[in-house]
Design a protein around this ligand. Structure first.
Ligand code: GLN
Length: 485
């Protein structure tokens, strides 16, 4: 067994007991990145010197015996988290040399807890995508099969954990970007409730949907990472001032007597038979553990894709206005005046998918179309949220597939954006409704690719998701499998 095979909570224990040092762990993590990332391309920036320095400081703190929770463990961040003095690109050409002057709140919290940040992770440009193929730094590859996508947009965040480059990472989830790559790479990913984690210092994509969350190899480790970053932050007006529970306290409480809902709208044609089979098996496991599984209905599910792709593009078109070569963004100036400078900067700085979304969103917000598109989508969004709130009157949590198919081949959907958008069908609704969701590994397709299932929970019921997920995980071995890269 190598040091990089340890899970996050095992690393924490061994560091505390003096069985390993942070320097050794960090060096092992960097060596694993060196050995595997040529094939995976999960990292955009590796912070070698900073990481070793942080590891030395962590070892000193551990020796003094006053070390906070994450002291000495290597972690990595999606390149959407701004980091003081470390390039933050959002996988876009337009931010190719952007070095932020401060740390965002989640990053600051990780550092205060002693975590060692080894690098910044590849992603879809500005978090727009489901396959990680929309990156100015090239696609990330799936550790289980390098001809397949890892999912997106937090593809690097999922691949690095699956490949054991680091035990845990942070991603963001606007429409599935933590849960779907977690599912495709066979790791656990959690999207907290809207308002649970501060987005201060996270590059904005669609501000009414974006949320920060952890990816790790198992449920307990996800809980540890969530504990580290959750909580009210006066610097993010959408963060909610409600107490953060101890996420590990109730982890082993089991599922006896709990009620789990299966939304009939999620088990429809188009769902790959292998995925359906794997999720059916999960249902059987929960039944055998004493949970009651009942059908529920989320009748507005069929509007989720259209609703999401109107709201997300509208908000993106507004958020991305700041990359104009003056306020933010690498300036391209043909020397023919301001307007040409804006045009050249944005034409050359943004990739095709980002441009597509800016155009779609600008259209949906333009006068004359605003009522028909954006406003209508907001109303539909309320119906989708009400579906969930009604279902949660009857059940404690909801169980669904994460993605309609296992990871598809690189290049499979790049020519057809609509096909790409449709692959988000099971994850978007949680963001529209603002509820929490988690993806866990539950099987393998015939060709060896991981399959995941999703648990959706009531607002601020992350602890319920963790307890429910943990109960399942204890009966399985999917989360311990190791890809050969
Ligand atoms: N795949 C979705 C999109 O392309 C979700 C992305 C995300 O959650 N950041 O918008």
């Amino acid at each position: 067994m190598e040091l990089t095979d340890l899970t996050l909570h095992e690393m924490i224990r061994q560091l505390r007991e003096g069985e390993i040092t942070s320097v050794a762990l960090t060096e092992a993590s960097l060596a694993r990145i060196d050995a595997t990332d040529k094939n995976l391309n999960a990292f955009i920036t590796i912070c070698r010197d900073e990481a070793i320095e942080a590891a030395r400081a962590a070892d000193a703190r551990l020796a003094q015996g006053d070390a906070p929770m994450l002291t000495g463990v290597p972690v990595a961040l999606k390149d959407i988290f701004i980091t003081e003095g470390i390039r933050t690109t959002c996988a876009s050409k337009i931010l190719a040399s952007f070095i932020p002057p401060y740390d965002g709140t989640a990053v600051r919290k990780l550092k205060e807890l002693g975590a060692v940040i080894v690098g910044k992770l590849n992603m879809d440009e500005f978090a727009m995508g489901s396959s990680n193929e929309n990156s100015a730094h090239g696609p990330v590859r799936n550790p289980w099969n390098v001809d397949r996508v890892p999912g997106g947009s937090s593809g690097g965040s999922a691949a690095c954990v699956a490949a054991r480059q680091v035990p845990a990472s942070l991603g963001t989830d606007t429409g599935g970007s933590i849960r779907q790559p977690a599912s495709h790479c066979g790791v656990v990913g959690l999207k907290p409730t809207y308002g649970r984690v501060s987005r201060y210092g996270v590059v904005a994509f669609a501000s009414s949907l974006d949320q920060v969350g952890p990816l790790a190899r198992n449920v307990r480790d996800c809980g540890i990472m969530l504990q580290a970053v959750a909580g009210y932050d006066p610097a993010d007006s959408t963060s909610v001032d409600t107490p953060v529970p101890d996420y590990l306290a109730g982890l082993e409480g089991g599922v006896k007597g709990m009620k789990i809902g299966l939304p009939q709208e999620y088990f429809v044609s188009g769902l790959d038979p292998e995925v359906k089979h794997a999720v059916d098996q999960v249902v059987e496991v929960y039944r055998s553990m004493g949970a009651e599984v009942v059908e529920v209905s989320l009748p507005h599910t069929r509007y989720a894709v259209s609703c999401y792709y109107l709201i997300a593009t509208a908000e993106a078109s507004s958020n991305l206005a700041r990359y104009d070569g003056v306020r933010f963004g690498e300036r391209v100036d043909p020397g023919k005046g301001l307007k040409d400078m804006y045009t050249a900067t944005r034409s050359q700085g943004f990739g095709d998918e980002v441009k597509r979304r800016i155009m779609l969103g600008t259209y949906a917000l333009s006068s004359g179309y605003y009522d028909a598109y954006y406003l209508k989508a907001q109303k539909v969004r309320t119906l989708i949220r009400n579906d969930f709130l009604a279902a949660f009157e009857e059940v404690d949590c909801i169980l669904t597939p994460v993605a309609p198919t296992p990871a598809f081949a690189l290049g499979d959907k790049t020519a057809d954006p609509l096909q790409m958008y449709l692959s988000d069908i099971f994850t978007l609704s949680a963001n529209l409704a603002g509820i929490c969701g988690m993806s866990l590994p539950c099987g393998r397709a015939e060709d060896g690719l991981p399959i995941g299932f999703q648990l959706l929970g009531k607002p601020f019921a992350e602890a319920d998701l963790l307890r429910t997920g943990y109960a399942y995980e204890q009966t399985q071995e999917w989360h311990t499998a190791r890809p050969v890269i």
